[in-house]
Design a protein around this ligand. Sequence first.
Ligand code: FES
Length: 161
Amino acid sequence: MAVKFVMKDEQVKELKERIAEHKQKPGPLMPTLHDAQRIFGCIPVQVQKLIAEELGESVAKINGVVTFYSHFSIEPKGQHIIGVCLGTACYVRGSQQILDAISGELKIKAGETTEDGLFTLEATRCIGACGLAPVFTIDGKVYGSANPTVARKALEEYLQK
Ligand code: FES
């Protein structure tokens, strides 16, 4: 379930100012997208349309770039980002069960955000902590040698905050 996205006037103003600066130099698209991601936290279609108008590009082109790079996201992300590693070392040690357990608790699939905007669940590639496999992360904090019970306990802590 997606969190509702609203463009605030001051955010639009800031992005337009940044675009005006970027247009002075060659290749304004990428810096504009980085700014849009920072300002709005994501680049949904409304923002893509605004960028397209300001840069005189097609929305299709903007959308193509946004969806190509994983750094950019189209949907708003939750307050807490949970990543479950599905890299080989973690996968063979049962990270899929961890992902399923979190998914069941939060009632969202990988790539989705809870309706209250509290959590985004992501399946990730190897995060370089294979020695601790299977791992998951919450806001960058690594939980190693994990299992569904560890994951549920970790979630409870965040739910109580
Ligand atoms: S495979 Fe999960 S950290 Fe490397």
